[in-house]
Design a protein around this ligand. Structure first.
Ligand SMILES: Nc1ncnc2c1ncn2[C@@H]1O[C@H](COP(=O)(O)OP(=O)(O)OP(=O)(O)O)[C@@H](O)[C@H]1O
Ligand SMILES: [Mg+2]
Length: 239
């Protein structure tokens, strides 16, 4: 007779949340952008992706979030190969599992801050939802909650965009140059917001940036090399 299965304490299990194998992206009549990229990310990691302009950072994030399809290769999210999903299934993935944060915020100009944050809830069937007011408080944007986006600063806009990305409680946040339009002070506040969602909400973060100084915020740094390979550039914080 077999004894009981050994119990592994939850904090010691490593959940491979994202697993990328031999990913290739080639645009028509162009050179190959990603050329056989493989890596995996565990739940709760904070990963920065570096590399020269045009190396494929945005391309990689778009593939991870199902906004674009690879030429070949596999992208598993929670064990499911998202390259095989239909457009409808990808839309659901983006609504429920993955949140996006972009360099230029992508807020809707004719909705208030609060309405922008609430917007993804309209399309979601989930019943357990993070309170919009809680998010507004967490990201210190109470003072602008009823303003229109064209009356708030860039740093505030990005915190609103992060709150909106979190409203459906995604497990993964993909951020593309989120501090690219911000001065040092506002960039620091936005990075604080990413730390908050990583620590407190346990979201996995994959953040692409030119700014090598942001590497220190992450638990792990990846670099896309000219030619389209990816390299582990270091582990800068945590384990
Ligand atoms: N739809 C497309 N069709 C053809 N080529 C494209 C397309 N989108 C991107 N590219 C090319 O793919 C390459 C990688 O672009 P990508 O935007 O991923 O780079 P990046 O690393 O994000 O650059 P940056 O740091 O400037 O944001 C670039 O050479 C770009 O011109
Ligand atoms: Mg880019």
């Amino acid at each position: 007779m077999r004894g009981p299965e050994p119990e592994v304490p939850p904090e010691e299990t490593t959940l491979e949340e994202i697993s990328v194998t031999n990913l290739v992206k080639r645009y028509e009549n162009r050179t190959t952008i990603l050329n056989g990229v493989s890596f995996s990310v565990s739940s709760g990691e904070f990963v920065t992706i570096h590399g020269m302009s045009g190396c494929g950072k945005t391309t990689l994030l778009n593939l991870l979030g199902g906004l674009d399809r690879p030429t070949s290769g596999e992208i598993l999210i929670d064990g499911e190969d998202i390259t095989k999903l239909s457009e409808d299934e990808l839309a659901r993935l983006r609504l429920e599992k993955v949140g996006f944060v972009f360099q230029d915020y992508n807020l809707l100009d004719d909705l208030t801050v609060r309405e922008n944050i609430r917007l993804p809830l309209r399309f979601s069937k989930r019943t357990v939802k993070r309170g919009v007011d809680d998010l507004i408080k967490k990201f210190s944007i109470e003072h602008i909650a009823d303003e229109m986006p064209n009356r708030i600063s860039g740093g505030e806009s990005q915190r609103v965009a992060i709150a909106r990305a979190m409203v459906n409680e995604p497990k993964i946040i993909l951020a593309d140059e989120p501090t690219g339009n911000l001065d040092t002070d506002n960039a620091a506040k936005v990075m604080e917001a990413f730390h908050l969602i990583n620590r407190e909400f346990r979201a996995t973060i994959i953040l692409a940036t030119h700014d090598i100084a942001l590497a220190r915020h992450a638990t792990r740094n990846l670099s896309i090399l000219p030619g389209g390979a990816i390299k582990e550039a270091g582990r800068t914080r945590g384990t």
